[in-house]
Design a protein around this ligand. Structure first.
Ligand SMILES: [Zn+2]
Ligand SMILES: [Zn+2]
Length: 253
């Protein structure tokens, strides 16, 4: 039976020319910024609104600089990407070949392990290239499956609207609610237009809602004027918070 180290090295050697071609074709090193969206499983590399490229990715695993440990995506409950279950194929391959590093969810490691795992993932899950997203204390290793054309793609429109960072939900689209709406309140929920979670929005539209008292005030004042606006004191929340508020504030009293 082949030793793991030997196998991993041959996988690295195999990945290098593939990765070189990939970087050249898409000019990967020219992009200064990244943004990934775990809902659509799309990675955006960009310099400006127009100078950008999009890829569908599979999260392979993370390396923590604080704990100095590797964690496979199939083991990581904090990852929301549905396609992380693809990495179970790597675990299965590890099981068949008795490669302990591929079957253990998390263990002491270094950044080089991550590249070996990406190389192995590339051959098992068939990607076009790999990418290391360097967050503060974490390397997030992803396999890129395909390039996505941004034209007329509602997933990408939505991704680019996710500009608000919520402490609970990460990067999401912004939403507006009156000061009387909270996640656990029950004050009524009037909306500017009918909504459902995850719906597409036109460029000029925003989720916006207010309570029963604000609705009374708005009607008294024939719409939104200085005084009814002052009463509502609209605040900014993320879209996920918005739909949590919608649920609790729509309960019948
Ligand atoms: Zn209100
Ligand atoms: Zn939120």
């Amino acid at each position: 039976m082949i030793a793991y180290d030997e196998f991993a090295q041959s996988e690295i050697n195999r990945l290098i020319p593939i990765q070189d071609r990939f970087k050249e074709e898409f000019n990967i090193d020219s992009y200064a910024n990244w943004f990934y969206d775990d809902e659509s499983e799309i990675l955006r590399l960009h310099n400006s609104e127009d100078d950008e490229v999009f890829f569908r990715y599979i999260p392979i695993g993370t390396y923590s600089f604080l704990k100095k440990t590797w964690m496979w995506s199939w083991f990581n409950n904090y990852l929301n990407e549905k396609n992380k279950i693809e990495t179970l194929k790597i675990k299965q391959f590890g099981k068949e070949n008795n490669f302990e590093k591929l079957t253990t969810g998390t263990f002491p490691s270094d950044t080089f392990d991550g590249w070996e795992f990406l190389a192995i993932s590339q051959s098992i899950l068939k990607g076009i290239g790999v990418y290391n997203i360097n967050c503060d204390n974490l390397n997030y290793y992803v396999l890129l499956k395909e390039k996505i054309a941004p034209e007329n793609n509602s997933e990408i429109t939505k991704l680019k609207q996710k500009k608000l960072e919520c402490g609970n939900h990460g990067f999401k689209r912004p939403a507006f609610v009156c000061q009387h709406l909270e996640i656990d309140s029950n004050n009524g929920f009037e909306e500017a237009f009918e909504t459902f979670k995850g719906m597409d929005l036109e460029e000029d539209d925003d989720f916006s809602a207010w309570c029963n008292d604000c609705e009374k005030k708005r009607i008294e004042h024939n719409g939104w004027d200085d005084e009814s606006m002052k009463f509502a004191k609209i605040k900014l929340v993320c879209e996920d918070c918005y739909f949590e508020m919608k649920e609790s504030n729509s309960r019948k009293l």
